[in-house]
Each structure stands twice: as C-alpha cells, then as structure tokens.
Design a protein around this ligand. Structure first.
Ligand code: SAM
Length: 301
C-alpha cells in the first residue's frame, strides 16, 4: 500500500489530489475525509465552495485559493512548503482535480521538487457517465470541453472523426467512445455539429446532473436526442456528452453506388463537397479518388 494511503498512521508529507463529490455529498470517500482532516493546508479552486464541503463534514482547515488565474505563482509557493515537508491537499469545486480543473501544473511542480504525489480517487463526471451510458466502455477518449467558437468546434469534431476512422481502418478496432464536457447553453449546437459530422444515426448519450436529484440519461441516436431536447423549453444542468463514432462499414453501405450515397447525404443537408469529405472519412479513401469515381458513375448513367 502506498505510504499516503495508510489510515492508521500519520499522513506522509506530500501533495494529495483529493476527489470531491460531483453532486451527491455521499460520494465523498472515507479516505478523502481522513486526508482532508490530516493535511496542513488545502489548496482549493474556490475557497467558498470548499468551505461548504468542509462545514458539512465538520472539518476546520486552513485553505488557499488555487485556480487557473494564479496556478503558476501559487504552485511556486506550495512547492516551497512541500520542500519543507508539508502535507497539502488539492481539491477542485467538484470531482477529480486536474480533470478539466486546475491541478496538473502543481503536480508537475511537486514531482520536479522531489515531493510525493498521492491520488485520493473518487467521483468524476466523465467516468460516471461512461459506465452507465451503454456505449463502448472498453475503449474511450476524454476530450474535455470543445472549443467555444463554432468553426473551431466543427474542425475539432471532424478531426476526431478522422482519428476514429483511422483506428478502424488501420487496426481494425471498434471506435472508442468519445467523452466531452458540455455547457447547457451550447449542447444543442454541439449535437447539431455531431450530426453533421457523423450523421443522424450515430449513437450518443447525454448524462445530465449525475448523482443529483434530477439525474438523467438521454440515450439514442443523435437525431433522437436532439429531437428530445428540442421539445424542452430550456436545457439545464451539468452534462457530459458521449459519442460512439460510427464504424465506416455501418455508416453507409459500401456496395451502394457512390452517386446514391452522395445523393443521400446531400438530401440530408450537406453540400456535395462535405458529403465527399464525410464518405472519405468513413471509408478511409481519399476524397479526390471518390470525386473521380463519382464523375465516372455520372458519365455512365
Ligand atoms: N473535475 C471534474 C470531474 O472530475 O468530473 C470536472 C470539472 S469541469 C470544470 C465541470 C464539467 O464537468 C461540467 O461542465 C460538466 O460538463 C461536467 N460535470 C461535473 N459535474 C457533473 C454532474 N454532476 N453531472 C454531469 N456532468 C457534470
């Protein structure tokens, strides 16, 4: 057992990455509470948020703020304390610190300073969503938040689709599920992009308000999930979006003439250039090659 994990002995010096609940306070672990009680100092993303958690569990502890705007200066101060043998916990507002939250810079600093770094695992939104989504959970990739700008978001999704298709064509493996964190005001736009990139039949899951009173999973094709959200007056809450990229062979029937497959996509709202790009991605063939094949098929008709 790692030194930082023995409950009965004094806590070893070092940096403790402590997971906190993502909604349900019952998800705090016994070890997280023991570590938070025993450390000399807690570095928190937001001290007010952590104070509420500490109050709930009747823990009194000195806190310092450690967030994306003071990460580097604060890491230098904390490094000095670690060198002197301090025991420091890092917590974010919710879940695992370092996962779409501050933490990783301090971890690198601590390791470089020769300090011990201990994970204290617990709640995490991405993994909680994945295990209950009903999609491929054997392989997955975590993408965090997509870019906010529409063009960059679409480019990121297209790149991810190309990478997923490569996995299938090069190593003949089922595509890995892709996990995103998303904000309620952007989810509908993002789902629209997912549909434009992978088609309406791609399977997705939207996990909302995990571990909270109004926890909900919307599972189905992206077209179905979009239709469901479209019925709602407002989409609220914290959410994780999971996409199981389409296998190239199931995306479109390889036997069907190209001209028909392009026509189907164009009827679905894509311009011909985009339709060819999509088919190139799905089949692993070059777009220029598909373009020539399309011209040949048209000439024969
Ligand atoms: N460090 C956290 C973790 O380990 O999951 C993630 C922090 S990130 C700043 C916050 C995002 O995580 C939210 O915008 C949402 O996408 C997702 N998230 C956090 N809590 C959630 C919950 N209870 N249900 C669904 N998604 C959640």
């Amino acid at each position: 057992m790692a030194d930082g994990a023995r409950a009965s002995e004094p806590l070893a010096p070092g940096l403790y990455l402590v997971a906190t609940p993502i909604g349900n306070l019952g998800d705090i672990t016994l070890r997280a509470l023991a570590v938070l009680r025993a450390v000399d100092l807690i570095a928190c993303e937001d001290t007010r948020q952590t104070q509420k958690l500490l109050n709930h569990f009747e823990i009194e502890k000195q806190m310092v703020s450690y967030h994306q705007h003071n990460e580097r200066e604060r890491a230098a101060e904390l490094e000095e304390k670690l060198r002197q043998g301090a025991r420091i916990a890092v917590v974010s507002d919710a879940g695992m610190p370092g996962i779409s939250d501050p933490g990783s810079w301090l971890v690198k600093t601590a390791i470089a300073a020769g300090a011990c770094v201990w994970p204290v695992p617990g709640a995490n939104a991405a993994l909680s969503a994945l295990v209950a989504a009903g999609l491929n959970a054997e392989r997955f990739s975590f993408e965090g938040f997509l870019p906010e700008k529409a063009g960059e978001r679409r480019t990121r999704l297209e790149t991810l689709a190309e990478l997923a298709a490569l996995r299938v064509t090069k190593i003949n493996e089922a595509p890995a599920t892709i996990i995103f964190y998303e904000a309620p005001h952007r989810i509908e736009e993002t789902l629209k992009d997912v549909e434009a990139v992978w088609g309406g039949t791609v399977c997705v899951a939207l996990a909302r308000e995990l571990t909270k009173l109004h926890e909900e999973f919307l599972r189905g094709t992206v077209a179905e999930v979009r239709a469901e959200l479209g019925k709602r007056e407002r989409v609220r809450g914290e959410m994780v979006l999971l996409v199981e990229p389409v296998k190239p062979d199931s995306a479109a029937s390889a036997d069907e003439p190209l001209v028909k497959r392009v026509a189907a996509l164009v009827n679905g709202g894509l311009v011909e250039k985009e339709a060819l790009k999509r088919l190139a991605r799905e089949t692993g063939r070059a777009k220029s090659e598909l373009y020539r094949e399309l011209q040949r098929e048209r000439a024969r008709r």
